[in-house]
Design a protein around this ligand. Structure first.
Ligand SMILES: [Zn+2]
Length: 308
């Protein structure tokens, strides 16, 4: 049987990952990684198109054809394929006809969607969310992005759900970059955790330790009391957010992915006490960490060609 292949492209803040994906098996057959060009559209397209050419050659060797090219991008993607990443890291991507450019060069159809939504699709179809009806995925990286998949499809009636990191959980001591006070994203993203550490005097107290999430989580495991306070606040804020999301989305499973999730295994139990995840009779939510790691964005972007 000839495999159904698609290219999935995950544009990250620093690295762009292109993968050739077997859509039936959920396997990334070939992966290419290059630095993300954030300023110059022509350079950006050159890197992408060269990657597409290389992956086309791999598919040709396998005597398989590629259904199309899927993208996960920061920002909004409108129904006509126009991308607006004005508030993201891609400076040129305002009212940007990405799909049109890709089709013109590669003669392959192109579909694009928001990166957090695409990651959720990858987790729901090929990751730990597989087999669950209602899958909510929280991507905890530089920010907090949401994606919600019901029965293997995007929930089209929730067009702004990926912005759900900006729900307010009531802390008004500082402002989120979006201009509002108390956003969950500003407390639990990597940026938020680092900001909490700064407020607690991390830099002055530990001038020799790097200021990042990995170091903070490791210090907490070794009994550092400042790190313990940062982690305890992080878990508490994330729990409040998840509690709100459970009431809004009624998910069967909440998958946590992104850079922050890599160090979260020791805290999963604290996030998962039974009462909190059993808000109603006969209803139980599971919380799990992503097992696809960095592949979820590629798989999900390719899987845009499994969506009707
Ligand atoms: Zn905000």
């Amino acid at each position: 049987m000839i495999s159904k292949l698609a290219i999935g492209i995950d544009i990250g803040g620093t690295r762009t990952k292109l993968g050739l994906v077997d859509l039936e098996k959920g396997e990334v057959l070939e992966i290419l990684i290059s630095p993300t060009e954030t300023k110059d559209s022509a350079k950006f397209l050159k890197i992408i198109n060269s990657g597409i050419d290389q992956l086309k050659a791999v598919a040709q060797k396998k005597h398989s054809t590629i259904l199309g090219v899927g993208f996960g991008v920061t920002g909004f993607v409108f129904d006509d394929g126009m991308v607006d990443s004005t508030y993201g890291f891609l400076e040129f991507m305002e009212d940007y006809p990405l799909s049109e450019y890709i089709l013109k060069y590669s003669s392959l159809p192109c579909r694009a969607d928001n990166d957090a939504r695409v990651v959720a699709l990858g987790e729901a179809l090929y990751g730990i969310g597989k087999g669950q009806n209602r899958v909510l995925v929280l991507t905890l990286g530089t920010g907090l992005g949401l994606g919600f998949i019901a029965n293997g499809k995007f929930e089209t009636n929730l067009p702004f759900a990926h912005m759900g990191g900006h729900i307010s959980i009531g802390h008004t001591d500082f402002k989120c970059y979006c201009g509002k006070e108390g956003c969950l994203e500003a407390l639990v993203s990597a940026t938020g955790i680092v900001d909490s550490a700064k407020r607690l005097g991390w830099v002055e107290k530990f001038p020799d330790l790097p200021l990042n999430v990995e170091t903070i989580f490791k210090a907490e495991q070794k009994g550092n009391t400042i790190a313990a306070k940062i982690v305890s606040d992080f878990v508490s804020h994330l729990k409040t957010g998840i509690h709100n999301y459970i009431n809004l989305f009624a998910p069967d499973i909440i998958v946590i992915g992104g850079g922050v999730s890599k160090g979260m295994k020791p805290y999963l139990e604290k996030l998962s006490d039974t009462e909190f995840l059993k808000p109603y009779k006969n209803y139980q939510v599971k919380i799990a960490l992503s097992e696809l790691d960095e592949l979820s964005g590629i798989l999900g972007a390719a899987a845009l060609f499994k969506q009707s």
